[in-house]
Design a protein around this ligand. Structure first.
Ligand SMILES: C[C@](O)(CO)[C@H](O)COP(=O)(O)O
Length: 284
């Protein structure tokens, strides 16, 4: 249940006040995060927003429910992802996009595990629609320029480091768009059953990651136009390429630990990465 603390935290973060009785558009959950926010650069504090996506079914990992609510070393995956942004004073509003049926569960996880106010909105049936829902939640604050940059992140990438997030934000502010990527130099194959072995991966092949960061106003405009034209991209950059080609996008060095948890073996690796970070397994 939203309380005065989460309302104050949202205002402090440059966000909408926490939903009170009768507020229905976006749920607000979470805690204050006062102590960690004093180091923000003057004039930039909280002017960036983060949208974390958890609107898919997330069942390829093998569970019955959405993978982002699975425990990872005693924490819940989506809680870890949200706390990455909650810990950074540069990030103001923090939006989580969920499926309608996950709203209650998401609220419980946030109340229990996330150190900041989170605005929870319901997504759509595609990544594109969920990104748009997150951006629309921020639209007023983008239009009045309280938010200058938005980072969009996969909820299933819980291990993005603070330096990566900061670098994406810095480059997005500098040139308009920033996308993390890791060069791939392992062998590549095409075709079912390993037929059509292609040998070394083509030069320049990059594994794309998130968070992807963009100038807020052109980003919102691109997503609104994409919605009018029925476009569905694979990531934020694909939509920007198509509908905001004048906005330059620069690569940022991705991180090996920032892998996406998609299949059962990713979950095993995630437990190994998270165990030393969170120590015991008491929380869940
Ligand atoms: C954007 C992305 O993380 C790039 O690797 C990836 O495509 C997201 O996939 P999802 O299936 O939309 O989560």
């Amino acid at each position: 249940m939203p309380d005065q603390r989460s309302r104050a935290a949202a205002e402090q973060r440059g966000g909408a006040p926490a939903a009170g009785p009768g507020d229905t558009a976006a749920g607000q959950h979470g805690h204050t995060a006062v102590g960690e926010r004093s180091g923000a650069a003057a004039g930039q504090a909280g002017r960036a927003a983060a949208v974390v996506l958890a609107g898919g079914s997330g069942t390829r990992v093998g569970g019955e429910s959405n993978k982002v609510y699975l425990p990872v070393a005693g924490r819940i995956m989506i809680g870890i992802s949200l706390n990455t942004f909650a810990a950074l004073p540069e990030i103001g509003p923090l939006v989580l996009v969920v499926r309608a049926e996950d709203r209650e569960l998401a609220g419980r996880v946030i109340d229990r595990e996330v150190d900041a106010a989170v605005e929870v909105v319901t997504g759509g049936s595609t990544r594109q629609e969920s990104e748009l829902a997150g951006l629309r939640q921020l639209a007023d604050r983008i239009r009045d320029e309280h938010i200058d940059t938005v980072l969009i992140h996969d909820g299933a990438r819980p291990f993005a480091g603070p330096s990566l997030v900061r670098e994406v934000l810095r480059v997005a502010r500098e040139c308009g768009g920033a996308v993390p990527g890791l060069p791939r130099d392992d062998l590549a194959a095409a075709g079912p059953g390993g037929r059509g072995l292609a040998g070394p991966a083509p030069e320049g092949l990059v594994a794309v990651q998130t968070p992807q960061g963009f100038s807020a106003a052109p980003l919102l405009a691109a997503y609104e136009q994409a919605a009018r034209e029925g476009f569905a991209g694979t990531d934020t950059a694909s939509c920007m390429h198509r509908f905001a080609p004048a906005v330059p996008i620069r690569w940022v060095a991705g991180e090996a630990r920032n892998f996406k948890i998609t299949y059962p073996h990713d979950l095993v690796l995630a437990q190994e990465v998270a165990a030393p970070l969170f120590g015991d397994h008491e929380k869940v």
